[in-house]
Structure formats: structure tokens, C-alpha cells
Design a protein around this ligand. Structure first.
Ligand code: ATP
Ligand code: MG
Length: 474
């Protein structure tokens, strides 16, 4: 396609104030974008029927209706057309309701040219790009209805700039969802910065988030950018957001609302263009009631909520997940994927997985190490940290036990037997290297040595070593 027949993109500008319309027309013109102006909702709707727009910018309050009404109208009749609203300064409510209604972003008055350019460029990426540029290698596996809903939500959220709050139990895939939203969005070329809010010491928090200027405090020998600056143009994932101290919650709220940050020791604010995704496995509503989490911040973060279902609520996904996760593990280890035999498969499907997909993943990794390389059996799946009752259920199927005798067996003996077998297998697998075997079993070297002695598996020299602190051994 050559320049002359390259169609200029057109933006619909809806505002009853002539001054603002003119400002927008001029700015967009410099960006080589054509414009059509409307001064009220009715006029805007009429234009929408006539022209194929690439973008719509609308004011919130107009003589014959609200911008929100127009956003709803566009969502319903022109799905796929990116619309952003222009809100009066500090009108958080309006911005949040517009995002909820399907606006991809908002501009606050007075409109800064920089902000306007960012929003427009983002919108144009959205309307010209139908499939994501970065082909993601990440995948949200599962065919259950719950996961299908999650996948379609992710696709929708990727087209928006709205803050997303992801809730769900530990290991249920919250971070995976956040990454997928980022990777499928127009921000995919920008950074995805994940921060564990519980891991930053409180006194360092502000400088970690917003950066600091040289000389701001002892040891600040040069300017350093913070997480917000690093995520500029990309996504900032606030993991374990419930762990933010209250004082930091206030500062974070301000940064999100104003889209501006001030470095520690700095006296100017800089505009940042960051999409916020947050997550926690804690119950934020309860924390708000207890006064531990600010309601206004919650309201800002939780514009759209994505709920990750627990694995036990979608057991139908377990077989597929197990297959796919095992394939992934084998690919990484460059080995041929063993089969999961029927009994092992049934066993997996019977578990409740309090640690969700991560637990399944860990279990398979261990089983893979313990297996003979061609088949994963139920026995390979037993592990030291599996709740005892879940193993006991399967007792009658275990070959080394005489079913008639199981009742007489006491629990300790039974567990010790499982433990012994796991340890022996791990040792055989690692050519009797205890350090490697401990790693494989997910315990420390010391624990393994202790267990060996306790279970009567230790050789003479091991028993003598008992009580000392050993780091390596073979
Ligand atoms: N549906 C899924 N398909 C494939 N892999 C998944 C799925 N859900 C989770 N996983 C994998 O399980 C592991 C745990 O997921 P993730 O880290 O996203 O959980 P989380 O909810 O953030 O956990 P936590 O609350 O402990 O931080 C990751 O390795 C992730 O890739
Ligand atoms: Mg996580």
C-alpha cells in the first residue's frame, strides 16, 4: 500500500466545549489523525452510524446526556472501537464507572498533551491490531467452564487499560493471568514488572516504588528509578497487595489516580503510563472491614475483578493439566514424557489440591524424578508432604500391603513405610547422593539424614555424623 491511498485514521471527539474540541483537533492533526467533532451525545451517535472511526474521545457531561451513556452505546453497537473518556480533575468515580462500562482509558482535565498522545497511540494500536504481536508461550490450560470464562475475560481485559484485581487461592494462577493480560495487550512491548508487596521493607517502600534522587538519603549516590518508572509503558503487577502498609497505600492511591510519581528527594512530579494489576490470596473485603486496607484504594484497584477458580472446583481440568504440565517439565529437562498410568490418573483426580495448580506441578515434578522414566505410577505421586488421609484412602491398592492386615497396621508404620520407599527411590535415582536426593524430595540435607537414621536406613558412618552440621555429602 503506498502513501497516497493510505487511509488516514479518524477520531470522533465529543465535547460541548468548543475550546477543548479545538485543542484536541489540533493535537490529533499533528499526529496525522483526522477528526470529526460532535457537541452532544445525539450528534455523536449519528456520526458513529456514518463513519468508521478508529477512536472516540468523549467528555463526561453533555447537555443531552453523559459520556457514560455513549460508552455503553459504543460497547453495545460498535464493540471493538476504543473509547476514552475525559473527566473533570479528581473525579475518580467517573473514571472508574467509565472503565467498568468498557472505556479503555480516561483523560483527566486539564488535559496534558503527553497524556493525550499516550492514550491516542494506545487506542490506535488497539484498533489496528487484531491479534497480539507477541505470541505468548504462556497458556492458561483447562477446558472447564470456569477456565473458559477466565480465558475470555483475559482477552477482554487485554484490550483495556483498566486496573484489574485478581483474587483466588494460592497457586491458582493469579500471576499467570496477570502475565497473559499484559502479553496480549498493546503494552506487550513494554515491561511486565512484578513486585511482591510483602517482600519490601516498609522503610524502603517509597523509594522502591517511586525511585530516589541523588542525595535523598545517605547512600543515595545517584538517581535511581523506581518500579513505576521501570514499568512505564508496561504493566506493574502488585502481588500480595494486601501486605502494603497503610501509609504506602495512600501514596500508591495518589500515584494511580494522578498517573504521576515523585521520586524521594525530588521536587517535581513525572507522568508515568503504567497499567496496574494487583492480586492477593487474602480477603481484601475483610481487611477493609478491619481497617487494614483502605477502601478508596480498593475501589481504584478493583475496577474489574478476575476471580481465579480453585482447582478442586474444576476437577475435570486435572487430567489435561497433568498432561500439559508434565509435557512442559519434560521439555525443560529434555526428556521423553512418561505416561501417567490409569491408577495414578484416578488418584490425581481424587485429590483436593489446597495448593492448586502449583501443588499439582510440584507433585508431578517429584513424581517424574521418582518414576522409572516410562510410566508415572500412583506410588510415584505419593510424597512426604501429602496429607496422610489422602494416602490412606488408597491403602488397599498398594501392593506391598496385605489388605487384610492394613487394619492392624498403625498409622506411623504405614507412613514410615511410604517415607522409606520415597527415600530409597530418591537415593537410587541420584546414585546414593544424599544432597541431590534431599533436593529431589524437597527436604533439607539435614532432615534427610535425620530421617535416614530414624528409619534405620543410615549406614554406620551416617549415624556417627548425626548431630553435626553437614552441608555436602555423597
Ligand atoms: N490454568 C493453568 N494452566 C497452566 N499453568 C497454570 C495454570 N494455573 C496455574 N498454572 C501454573 O501454576 C503455577 C502457580 O501459578 P501462579 O504463580 O500464577 O499462582 P498464584 O495464584 O500467583 O499463586 P500465589 O498466590 O501463591 O502467588 C505457575 O507455575 C503457573 O504457571
Ligand atoms: Mg503469585
Amino acid at each position: 500500500m503506498n502513501q497516497s491511498n493510505h487511509q488516514k485514521l479518524t477520531c470522533l471527539i465529543v465535547d460541548d466545549e468548543t475550546d477543548i474540541r479545538e485543542l484536541l483537533v489540533m493535537t490529533l492533526d499533528r499526529m496525522n489523525i483526522a477528526t470529526q467533532g460532535a457537541s452532544c451525545v445525539t450528534e455523536a451517535k449519528a456520526l458513529l452510524k456514518q463513519y468508521p472511526f478508529a477512536l472516540c474521545l468523549t467528555d463526561m457531561q453533555m447537555p443531552d446526556g453523559s459520556g457514560l451513556e455513549l460508552v455503553n452505546y459504543i460497547t453495545e453497537h460498535h464493540a471493538g472501537l476504543p473509547v476514552a473518556v475525559i473527566t473533570a480533575h479528581a473525579s475518580a468515580d467517573n473514571a472508574v464507572s467509565a472503565l467498568k462500562a468498557g472505556a479503555f482509558d480516561y483523560l483527566s482535565k486539564p488535559i496534558s498533551l503527553k497524556q493525550l498522545r499516550t492514550v491516542v497511540e494506545f487506542a490506535l494500536k488497539l484498533s489496528t491490531q487484531t491479534t497480539p504481536q507477541v505470541h505468548s508461550t504462556l497458556e492458561m490450560i483447562g477446558e472447564s467452564e470456569q477456565i473458559q470464562t477466565v480465558r475470555s475475560m483475559i482477552a477482554k481485559l487485554a484490550r483495556s487499560q483498566a486496573p484489574v484485581y485478581i483474587s483466588g487461592e494460592s497457586g491458582s494462577g493469579k500471576e499467570l493471568a496477570a502475565k497473559l493480560i499484559h502479553q496480549n495487550s498493546a503494552r506487550a512491548d513494554g515491561a511486565f514488572i512484578a513486585v511482591n508487596c510483602g517482600a519490601i521493607p516498609e522503610n524502603l517502600m517509597e523509594s522502591e516504588f517511586f525511585g530516589y534522587k541523588k542525595g535523598a538519603f545517605t547512600g543515595a549516590n545517584q538517581d535511581k528509578e523506581g518500579l513505576f518508572q521501570a514499568a512505564n509503558g508496561g504493566t506493574l503487577f502488585l502481588d500480595e497487595v494486601a501486605d502494603l502498609p497503610l501509609a504506602m497505600q495512600v501514596k500508591l492511591l495518589r500515584a494511580i489516580q494522578e498517573k504521576k510519581v515523585r521520586m524521594v528527594g525530588g521536587n517535581t512530579e513525572e507522568t508515568v503510563d503504567v497499567r496496574i494489576i494487583s492480586a492477593t490470596h487474602k480477603n481484601l473485603t475483610q481487611m477493609m472491614d478491619a481497617g487494614q486496607f483502605r477502601q478508596d484504594l480498593y475501589y481504584r484497584l478493583n475496577v474489574i475483578q478476575l476471580k481465579m477458580p480453585a482447582l478442586r472446583d474444576r476437577p475435570a481440568d486435572i487430567p489435561l493439566l497433568a498432561q500439559m504440565l508434565l509435557s512442559k517439565l519434560c521439555r525443560h529437562q529434555n526428556i521423553v514424557r512418561p505416561e501417567i498410568d490409569a491408577q495414578a490418573q484416578a488418584y490425581l483426580s481424587s485429590l483436593s489440591f489446597p495448593g492448586n495448580v502449583r501443588e499439582l506441578e510440584n507433585m508431578l515434578e517429584r513424581a517424574l524424578a521418582l518414576s522409572d522414566g516410562t510410566t508415572i505410577t500412583q506410588e510415584d505421586l505419593y510424597s512426604h508432604d501429602q496429607p496422610a488421609h489422602e494416602q490412606l484412602i488408597e491403602l488397599p491398592n498398594k501392593p506391598s500391603f496385605d489388605p487384610d492386615q492394613t487394619l492392624e497396621l498403625c498409622l506411623t508404620d504405614y507412613l514410615e513405610d511410604i517415607e522409606k520407599r520415597a527415600i530409597i527411590k530418591a537415593l537410587n535415582k541420584t546414585n546414593q547422593n544424599k544432597t541431590a536426593a534431599a533436593k529431589l524430595l524437597g527436604v533439607t540435607f539435614r532432615t534427610l539424614r535425620y530421617r535416614l537414621t530414624k528409619l534405620g536406613l543410615a549406614k554406620e558412618e551416617d549415624a556417627e555424623l548425626e548431630g553435626e552440621d553437614g552441608n555436602t555429602n555423597t
